[in-house]
Design a protein around this ligand. Structure first.
Ligand code: GLN
Length: 503
């Protein structure tokens, strides 16, 4: 392995330490990742845009300040990748859509400002399903991302680009967004750690909205400790986001350290949700889950069964509430204010015909499906039957979770019912939607949840999801670290040499 490849394999914590010790410069670290991107991105299509000049400039500034003896934030110089639905000033931000191809935001999202404050060079923007709709990245207008564990398979979605980039060492960590599982499910199928924090913990200002009551930004990393550190960096109360919570999570790492070190798990209670272990789950996924369960019990943890009956309706409720919000949020893409415009091929050019041509030409099929569905469920005659009923299910999910947490500290389940599937395997939209069965309840409840690599099934990674009560992100990370400590480390180490050799 070359020195550059070795650097790319280091965790964000290790890189930060090397940088602080002066053993490597931020420019060298950034160059190493740019090199890895140059080598593997043509195969993976994980990045839609690489900002080599911007990243190197930010890195050089860190090196200069360090040389001048200036005080720097702890992770200064450790590069990061961001999902392509997060606005960065002057950098193309497409959301994986033709609609925004070529559009450059005039401002930075709050999370981008946080990254600048932490002095992390931004390597580029990662691929995603169009407007974050999907579970495979196959709906990106710019071609799918490939799973580095097996390039004939999907990397999950919608944040497949961030997950593949982190998994294949094209970034030490990355930002994702999670509306129904778009951070956790890609993490699960690429052997990375991905968190959806408590709703409101991280600002959504400058993040292109999919379904505002469900959307959350979160970290993707190669370890629980790195994910916790990135969440700390992103955490800030933001007056520009009316749902932003007042408190900040600045001490997630203490729980992670304790969780990793804990040999004795006496008194820790993990709840297994009966409804999240059903026939629909692959046997290889269940097998890894049972191994983790046994390992936790062997260390003295208590594993109790809990029931959340409403979870059976959570998927249906999500696929009513989410499209309703999508139809309203995406109304802004009308050819007038943002992005691209198309004109009708025939007939008079009116505002309406221009908008219709613009939306017809620039939105993909999945986006159109959801807008139509959303407009339908919000229409006068159907509102109560669909949207109203779904909101009631949302309340029941919250109640079931509250009840489950009377019996346990956190919940565990497989993150995804299946491992990474081959491209084209889920052409039927319903077959695709079912992938979100385990991740959606946390979004509906606003609760924090994380996926931790737990092991392998036929050589492909399996993730375990931990859900905590809303606002208990520190506990989420502490318990995630306990799971990471008993997991098979092979599930988190992508055999990227195979891809590199094929190059
Ligand atoms: N796969 C889910 C969907 O297609 C989740 C999307 C997301 O979290 N952005 O809606």
């Amino acid at each position: 392995m070359t020195i550059k490849e070795e650097l790319c394999r280091k965790s964000a914590h290790e890189l930060a330490q090397l940088l602080r010790a002066g053993e490597v410069t931020a420019v060298e670290v950034t160059q190493a990742f740019l090199h890895q991107i140059e080598k593997l991105n043509p195969v993976l299509n994980a990045y839609l845009y690489v900002d080599a000049a911007g990243a190197l400039q930010a890195a050089a500034a860190v090196d200069e300040d360090r040389a001048a003896g200036k005080e720097l934030p702890p992770f200064a110089g450790v590069p990061v990748a961001i999902k392509d639905n997060i606005c960065q000033r002057g950098i193309p931000t497409t959301c994986g859509s033709r609609m925004l191809e070529g559009w450059k935001p005039p401002y930075d999202a709050t999370v981008v400002q946080q990254i600048h404050k932490a002095r992390l060079p931004i390597l580029g923007h990662t691929n995603m399903d169009e407007f974050a709709m999907g579970s495979s990245t196959e709906h990106s207008a710019f071609g799918p991302t490939r799973n580095p564990w097996d390039p004939s398979r999907i990397p999950g979605g919608s944040g497949g680009g961030s997950a593949a980039a982190v998994s294949a060492y094209l970034a030490p960590w990355a930002l994702g967004t999670d509306t129904g599982g778009s951070i956790r499910q890609p993490s699960s199928v690429t052997g990375t750690v991905g968190t959806k924090p408590t709703y409101g913990k991280i600002s959504r200002y400058g993040v292109v909205a999919m379904a505002s009551s469900l959307d959350q930004v979160g970290p993707v990393a190669r370890s629980v400790a790195d994910a916790a550190a990135l969440q700390e960096i992103l955490s800030a109360h933001d007056p520009f986001d009316s749902t932003s919570l007042p408190e900040k999570d600045l001490d997630l790492h203490t729980g992670v350290e304790a969780g990793l070190a804990a040999k004795d798990l006496q008194g820790k209670r993990f709840g297994v949700v009966k409804e999240l272990i059903t026939d629909g789950y692959e046997s290889g996924v269940i097998a890894v889950f049972q191994e983790i369960r046994a390992a936790l019990e062997a260390r003295g943890a208590q594993v109790v069964e809990v029931s959340c009956p409403s979870f059976e309706h959570a998927l249906a409720a999500y696929y009513l509430i989410m499209p309703a919000e999508v139809s309203s949020n995406l109304a802004r893409f009308d050819g007038v204010r943002y992005g691209n415009r198309a004109l009708p091929e025939s007939g008079a050019i009116t505002a309406e015909s221009m908008m219709s041509a613009t939306r017809g030409a620039n939105f993909g099929a999945e986006v159109k499906r959801r807008i139509i569905l959303g407009t339908h469920v919000l229409s006068a005659g159907f509102f109560d039957a669909y949207y109203g009923a779904a909101q009631k299910v949302r309340t029941l999910v919250q109640r079931d979770l509250a009840k489950a947490f009377e019996k346990c500290d956190v919940l565990i389940s497989p993150t995804s019912p299946v491992v990474a599937f081959p491209f084209g395997a889920k052409a039927d939209p319903m077959a695709m939607y079912i992938n979100d069965i385990a991740t959606i309840p946390a979004n509906l409840a606003g609760a924090p949840a994380i996926s931790v690599p737990a092991g392998l099934s036929d050589g492909l990674p399996v993730g375990i999801q931990i859900i905590a009560q809303a606002h208990e992100d520190p506990k989420l990370y502490a318990y995630a670290a306990m799971v990471e400590a008993v997991a098979d480390p092979a599930g988190a180490q992508c055999p990227v040499e195979k891809l590199e050799a094929a190059e």
